[in-house]
Write a protein of this length. Structure first.
Length: 292
């Protein structure tokens, strides 16, 4: 009989991490009610909360899908890395096509920002460090929220006494000029830009009304820094829209970075899978919301 070979044994030493990378999900937090809402009576947000003993910065995430219904929980996996990196991430609902027209969805976004400030202690947030991030239609709303700050015409009576301003904004393939985006049946109410605004955005008679939904209109010295991310092969929102927005910001001496994602289309999954984009996003928010 052969002798059994002694099992090898090895001791491995690893270094302890300095930061806690845990996060928890708190879904369906109501942040406002909807007066006379026929589809729903409340708007909610999902909160991805980092495990932290000190107040953390927050990022409000505004989803796109042409100002239509979207499952806010579907993007939790892509948002989770930011929560694990020390940000409270609030994925919010807003009134969609069929419930309200512009500027009501924008007012919802700004209400969500004020809610977070009003409940900063409850959710362990630093109220002076709030950023916003949106894609496509959500990019338009995020940009508009950033450039309009506390302008009273885009406010309401929800959570009074708290600011709607943000300290940083990131947009992914944002729709910044609704008169020049692409889509089906541009002269039809079924065209999502028309449905969002409540009128034909291609009609020259409505040019001034369209301009009020264009974030370039409101760029000022108080506009926070922007990061714009856009795929060069986007078939729905032309890459040129982010170029024009970037030029307008830089022309007004506002800090702005444009990331051109070569070959990418109109896809959150495609853009969020790019490690260079995600690394740049984290560095952007770390600099402005954490001072790193």
């Amino acid at each position: 009989m052969g002798l059994a070979t002694a099992a090898s044994a090895e001791v491995v030493t690893v270094q302890s991490v300095r930061e806690n990378t845990l996060a928890t999900l708190q879904p369906d937090v109501t942040y406002t009610d909807i007066a006379n809402g026929f589809a729903r009576s409340h708007l909610k947000m999902d909160l991805l909360r980092p495990v932290s003993t000190t107040p953390t910065p927050a990022i409000v995430f505004v989803s796109g899908n042409g100002w239509r219904s979207v499952d806010k929980a579907a993007l939790i996996p892509q948002l989770a890395p930011f929560a694990k990196a020390g940000y409270l991430v609030a994925a919010i609902e807003y009134r969609i096509i069929g419930e309200a027209t512009f500027p009501e969805p924008l007012k919802d976004v700004k209400t969500a920002i004020r809610f977070l400030r009003a409940n900063a202690t409850r959710y362990n947030i630093n109220p002076d460090r709030i950023g916003i991030w949106g894609n496509s239609a959500g990019g338009q709303l995020a940009a508009m929220a950033a450039v309009t700050g506390d302008m009273p015409e885009f406010g309401n009576d929800k959570w009074p006494g708290h600011s709607s301003a943000v300290q940083a904004v990131a947009t992914w393939y944002g729709a910044f000029d609704l008169s020049t985006t692409t889509g089906q049946a541009p002269d039809s109410y079924l065209y999502v830009e028309n449905a969002h605004m409540g009128f034909n955005v291609r009609d020259p008679a409505n040019a001034e009304r369209v301009r009020k939904a264009n974030p370039q209109t409101y760029i000022s010295p108080t506009t926070p820094p922007f990061m714009l991310v856009h795929g060069t092969d986007d078939p729905q929102v032309p890459f040129r829209q982010s170029e024009v927005m970037h030029d307008a910001l830089r022309g007004a001496n506002i800090e702005a970075t444009l990331i051109r994602v070569q070959g990418a289309g109109h896809s959150f999954g495609q853009v969020s899978s790019n490690p260079e984009v995600m690394s740049a996003m984290k560095a952007f928010f770390d600099k402005l919301l954490k001072g790193q």
